[in-house]
Design a protein around this ligand. Structure first.
Ligand code: PLP
Length: 479
């Protein structure tokens, strides 16, 4: 493909994408295929001779689309949103065209520098404490990780390294292996499974802290666990708080937990993967209080801030604590401007070496929406969740299972878990809307998350009509 053909095909692709998104609600939101469906639709081997572009595009509809779950359908209410917007898509295209691998300042200065400034912009939108802002002289700053899971892992590894060094400084006789075997990381029983996974990778013990009736962790509960563990000779070193849990969008009590972590010299990481985007709205910002006690904070603009995957924003108060844990300096990666005082080498902040120019997506989106446009997006989706909540509350066959704070509604049919399980099966089998479940206090619960940017009130009303129709049919059949 030469540039002349690329121009033509590019325009066609933009039309295809715009048509796809304009009409996505007409496609069944959930695919009707069985595992292994795709293999039989394409050859067993790659072609020897070049094929025609038109044939490939024909196969997109024949092979790919039948197996796509349409996350951007306004009838998709599963998991959490996957952010998307046209400015982000265009910026991503430019990122791909520039195609730099910006692991260091020298590898592409704009890639590193725009990232630092975008994370400062976003940090200021969230009103983060000054310590997290890099500016020109700050000790902290932000980085784009691929996922919240990676941000948690990176923070845990940095915390592990810091704890080992601190303990060895006052107890030089202690071996690293001895210390590692006693380190304990803590998180809520409601935390995302990626936190436990990080402890498996980091090779440290993990303990789950019981949550309160609203599914948040209280300071006193953590404190009691720490006292017991210290008395048993263990070394608490890390706590991952969650703001906006995956199951029910619950919030740990970070204003209580933070001072405890600070007193115990434990690293506090805050995982706000979904909810973090909402903190750009002053009415939600109080939920981030306690951030001043944290060592690191992360959320996913690629969930709820109109920036397509991947773009997971992470900030640290002291970047040395991350860099110090991961620094590798082979000659082939060295460059003249390494020690210039500003952030020059994001390669020390992450697990892979290579990195894309992802901050372009932030730059385009922040400029094209402005803070107000982003706030409008969040507020509109929260209002839709509230609308759905009132529909559920008005039907006494159902109950709401957790406080609706943001864009997620947890609900179930009153009665046995089996009833709600059966209802969910019917809902997903119908392929008209798509939901996933969670478990709360041993109850089987349906999660209704406002996801697609194109979701409007009429979709919510339609979704509820569909759910109640299936419910009535199911209950009638059982009688
Ligand atoms: N943490 C929380 C609270 C989440 O809800 C999720 C995913 O929904 C994750 C972490 C994992 O996010 P990622 O896929 O970016 O690793």
């Amino acid at each position: 493909m030469d540039s002349a053909e690329f121009r033509r095909r590019g325009k066609e692709m933009v039309d295809y994408v715009a048509d796809y998104l304009d009409n996505v609600e007409q496609r069944p939101v959930y695919p009707d295929v069985e595992p292994g469906y795709l293999r039989s639709l394409i050859p067993a081997e790659a072609p020897l001779e070049p094929e025609k572009y038109d044939d490939i595009m024909t196969d997109v509809e024949r092979v790919i689309m039948p197996g796509v779950t349409h996350w951007h359908s306004p009838y998709f209410y599963a998991y959490f949103p996957a952010a998307s917007s046209y400015p982000a898509m265009l910026a991503d295209m430019l990122c791909t065209a520039i195609g730099c691998i910006g692991f260091s300042w020298a590898a592409s200065p704009a890639c590193t520098e725009l990232e630092t400034v975008m994370l400062d912009w976003l940090g200021k939108m969230l009103n983060l404490p000054e310590d997290f802002i890099a500016g020109t002289e700050g000790q902290g700053g932000g980085v784009i990780q691929s996922t919240a899971s990676e941000a948690t892992l990176v923070s845990m590894l940095a915390a592990r390294c810091k704890a080992v060094r601190r303990i060895q400084a006052s107890n030089p006789e202690k071996s690293e292996a001895d210390i590692l075997s006693k380190l304990v990381a803590y998180t809520s029983e409601q935390a995302h499974c990626s936190v436990e996974r990080a402890s498996l990778i980091a090779g440290v013990m993990m303990k789950k802290v019981p949550a309160d009736n609203n599914y948040g962790v209280e300071g006193a509960v953590l404190k009691r666990m720490l006292e017991q563990d210290k008395a048993d000779g263990l070394i608490p070193f890390y706590f991952c708080a969650t703001l906006g849990t995956t199951a029910s969008c619950a919030f740990d009590h970070t204003t209580e937990l933070g001072p405890i972590c600070n007193e115990e010299q434990m690293w506090m990481h805050i995982d706000a993967a979904y909810a973090g985007s909402a903190f750009i709205c002053p009415e939600f910002r109080p939920l981030l209080n306690g951030i001043e006690f944290a060592d690191s904070f992360n959320f996913n603009p690629h969930k709820w801030l109109l920036i397509n995957f991947d773009c997971s924003a992470m900030w640290v108060k002291k970047r040395e604590s991350i860099i110090g844990a991961f620094k590798m300096e082979p000659l082939y990666l060295k460059h003249e401007n390494q020690e210039s005082g500003v952030i020059t080498d994001y390669r020390h902040w992450q697990i892979p070496l290579s990195r894309r120019f992802r901050s372009l997506k932030m730059w385009f989106v922040f400029r094209m929406y402005g803070l107000q446009g982003l706030q409008d997006h969040i507020r509109k989706q929260v209002a839709l969740a509230k609308e759905f909540e009132s529909l559920v509350r008005a039907d006494n066959r159902f109950e709401i299972c957790a406080k609706v704070v943001m864009g997620l509604v947890c609900f179930r049919l009153k009665g046995s878990n089996g009833l709600s399980e059966l209802l969910l099966k019917r809902i997903n089998k119908s392929r008209e809307i798509h939901l996933v479940p969670c478990q709360l206090s041993a109850r089987f619960v349906l999660r209704f998350a406002i996801c697609a940017g194109s979701t409007e009130s009429r979709h919510i009303q339609q979704a509820w009509k569909h759910i109640t129709k299936l419910t009535s049919e199911m209950l009638e059949y059982r009688h």
